[in-house]
Design a protein. Structure first.
Length: 393
């Protein structure tokens, strides 16, 4: 367990809500920052109502007692203060609070923070080393800046859904909010870079990441294929567009993944299924040729894997160091990680549990911290503390 976290002493004033922005705050909080979450009166973050599932739900619970597990997934290690950003006094306090911070985070529509005097230019007039970070849908100064955006819409617009689904089937969303998550991770990288630069210059920066930029950037090899390879691929199911065999196969009792990403691993697959002659078969001798002749190769592999169980094939493939594994349910995935000693679970007060931050520092997992705050839980505490902080200009 880490005793001192790298961002101890850093304060984040977090005006964001829903997923991408709050994920940035949670990561910074996991790493030791004091994250103060600004929430609107009565309702708070939208995700507080995004259930089911609810934490420890009981049939006689009152609506106000329900805690959405969605909200709890992205808001640990924060303190919550309620402020009405339509009220002049609360706006004034919000600015005062922002000037005590190192980082101000938001994901409002472009221009909103400037209207409140909470944008980078306004804050930097009093505090040049302030770092601001904003998550937008399509950028703050583009022709699409006025358009609203959520993860699902941008999964479709960015091309991610075009690639996702069975061959010939309808486009499907990825099973997780992948665009929001990638936007949050990229914003965190930008914030940490700005913090590092501030140590050298004493001056802050404004960081911006849009959902659309993050979605497009996530396509990586597919976009270079479009731009430099003349390809515009469609849905390929579980097959890889460039590597073979690299997909799922159906065994006697379920599916497994086989990821033979080079010729050595392909040779291991051939030995496992008892067909070593296929290693030098001219139809399959190199990856490029295997990918061209994948239908023929799968006419051999599919019945071979169907003839025995997942456990049988996984054991044999691992003996050959071929990356493979079952397609687990979420519960199975957690149980496997626990069994392997990977310490995947973060446990906080009030029976709070979540998958921990994946970062290890000096070999130790980050397990310190607090459960997500209840709405306005720290309002009085933070208002009292601001008088002792002063601003950091």
């Amino acid at each position: 367990m880490t005793k001192t976290r790298p961002l101890d002493g850093i304060r984040v004033i977090d005006f964001s809500r829903v997923l991408a922005g709050p994920l940035v705050g949670q990561i910074l909080g996991d790493l030791g920052a004091d994250v103060i979450k600004i929430e609107r009166p009565g309702h708070g973050d939208d995700t507080r109502t995004w259930g089911p599932p609810w934490k420890n739900y009981a049939a006689d619970d009152e609506p106000e007692d329900l805690e959405a597990t969605y909200y709890m997934a992205i808001n640990r290690n924060k303190r919550s203060i309620v402020l009405d950003l339509k009220d002049a006094d609360d706006i004034a306090f919000a600015r005062r609070l922002a000037l005590t911070g190192d980082i101000v985070l938001d994901n409002f529509k472009p221009g909103f923070m400037a209207q409140l005097g909470l944008d980078r230019a306004s804050l930097a007039a009093d505090k040049p080393d302030i770092i601001t970070a904003t998550v937008t849908a399509f950028g703050g100064d583009t022709d699409a800046a006025h358009l609203p955006g959520y993860d699902l819409a941008v999964q479709g617009m960015s091309g991610i859904m075009h690639l996702t689904g069975e061959v010939g089937g309808r486009a499907l969303r990825v099973g997780i909010p992948v665009v929001d998550m990638l936007t949050g991770y990229n914003t965190t990288v930008g914030v940490l870079a700005a913090l590092h630069e501030r140590e050298q210059t004493g001056v802050g920066r404004h960081v911006e990441v849009s959902l659309m930029d993050a979605g497009l950037a996530a396509l990586l090899n597919h976009q270079t294929g479009v731009l430099m390879g003349g390809q515009n691929p469609g849905r390929g199911g579980n097959r890889h567009y460039s590597i073979a065999p690299y997909e799922s196969y159906t065994c006697a009792d379920g599916d497994i993944i086989v990821a033979a990403a080079n010729d050595k691993l392909y040779a291991g697959v051939c030995r496992v299924i008892g067909r070593p002659e296929l290693i030098d078969d001219p139809r399959f001798v190199t990856n490029t040729i295997r990918r061209q002749n994948l239908e023929e190769l799968n006419e051999i592999l599919e019945p071979a894997f169907a003839a025995n169980t997942r456990a049988h094939w996984i054991a044999k493939l691992r003996d050959e160091d071929v990356p493979c594994g079952p397609i687990n349910s979420l519960r199975e995935a957690l149980d496997w990680a626990i069994d392997m000693g990977m310490e995947p679970i973060f446990t906080g007060s009030d029976d709070y549990q979540a998958v921990r931050n994946p970062v290890r520092i000096d070999g130790a997992v980050i397990t310190e911290g607090q459960r997500p705050p209840r709405l306005g839980e720290h309002t009085d505490e933070i208002r009292a503390e601001v008088d002792t902080w002063g601003d950091r200009s």
